[in-house]
Design a protein around this ligand. Sequence first.
Ligand code: NAD
Length: 512
Amino acid sequence: EKSPLDILNNLNIKHPFYSYSTGQEKKYCKETNRRIITSPVDGSEIGEIGFIANEDYENVLTTAEKAFQQWRTIPAPRRGEIVRLLGDELRKEKEPLGALISFEMGKSLQEGYGEVQEMIDICEFATGLSRQLYGLQIQSERPAHRLFEQWHPLGIVGVISAFNFPVAVWAWNIAIALVCGNVCIWKPSEKTPFASIACQEIFAKILKRNNLPEGISSLVLGDAEIGKKMADDKRIPLISATGSTSMGRDVAQRVGKRLGKSILELGGNNAIILYEHSDIENSLPSLVFGAIGTAGQRCTSTRRVIVQEKIYDDFLNKLKDAFSQIRIGNPLDEENHMGPLIDKEAVENYFSTIELAKKQGAKIVSGAKTVLVENNCSQCYITPTIIVAKSDLEVMKTETFAPIVYVTKYKSLSEAIKINNNVPQGLSSALFSLSLREVENFLSSEGSDCGIANINIGTSGAEIGGAFGGEKDTGGGRESGSDAWKSYMRRQTCTVNYGTELPLAQGIKFNL
Ligand code: NAD
């Protein structure tokens, strides 16, 4: 009989900087700062972790600083080779790791596998990138001068990640950061530490086999306090933080105060616009997946649907029908579409948002219930909920991490774009339309103000090849593909004079 904890048991982990235990074996857990981690799937105890102690944090920093001295001298394509090995190993561990992610976080098993696949993909992308960290050659205005720019690593990259993608966000960061010559310190969400322990151990073994210092990748377990400490720490030139907008605001201020760099990947409030000539049948599966995938706990989850008034009634009926068919239950059972929310606090949030929407005049069309799942004591299962709302509903402007979809009406596309943009967040957006004019308007500078703008596909499920991130309260950071790597490096502009004269720029004469 397979268990979602198999991968942890097989890795046989003993590490001085972090401590954890599963089942009977409590020996690695330190006495202080312990936290018991339970699964939202069935409420059972996964294990216990110890938050990192101050002296261990210092050890991690010193180990990382030392590792950077060596790692930065290794040619980038060689570094890419090590990242490729991480991808290879993740491919081998895809099933057990996917199962652990699903069990610890509550997303469906397919989404757990999908998360590991995303890690494999970014490793491959980064391996290719390791030969393409191009700098520009620029024409110099001075004779016998060469002007060019090159890119150097920054040093330690601190990665702070959220519970909903417990390990993929680490991979997006570490794969790119490493080929760029940096080393990483990862503080995962305190809600999902076990999947991160597994990933860290998988990579630690690769480093060891290749005689590379372990400080190339470090893990620190802890809560917001450790995150704040990293954000304040001048020895970490770049903090890449994924999580809520309030967390990002705090991190930005701490890092900004010491003039460090940050990449912020924060909350979203993503809308799909359905134009009257859109293909509703086709749009429905991606819309429903966008709303209920990961139980509405993706930063790119579809939270609002803005529907042209002529097709509004027809669409609402179809959506109600589709939601009624969602099978809710144990996410490790592949028959089910949707698993639980992460914890009871998230369930409370879900219900209080629905209450607030009612108070503000919105109508609950379906859902708003808890679901009793057999042999289960997590109490984290709820139904997806449809709320019909006027476009100015206040609560619709906030991100609630749950499967709640607000449906609102519009007449003209310009009105729909206005509704789309009239929220503080700016991550993902989508238009379903077969009209070229509507499509190009939506993508124009007067269109969607989000970092991601899709046509005839939903808001969630970005590919790693593109730069990922959003504007406004989403934080403005970009990760993953395209030229997002530039945020992980420092740019150096160089001028070489290979002539016998020393002309000054701007034609300045300076005779001594
Ligand atoms: P969270 O903000 O509660 O926690 C995220 C991480 O930040 C955790 O590791 C936490 O310990 C740490 N943290 C919290 N406060 C901190 C502080 N003041 N200083 C430093 N670290 C701090 O978020 P969550 O509930 O784990 O995740 C859900 C949120 O993450 C949602 O808002 C979601 O939209 C967002 N998210 C965004 C993206 C993206 O790419 N834009 C991706 C995934 C999740």
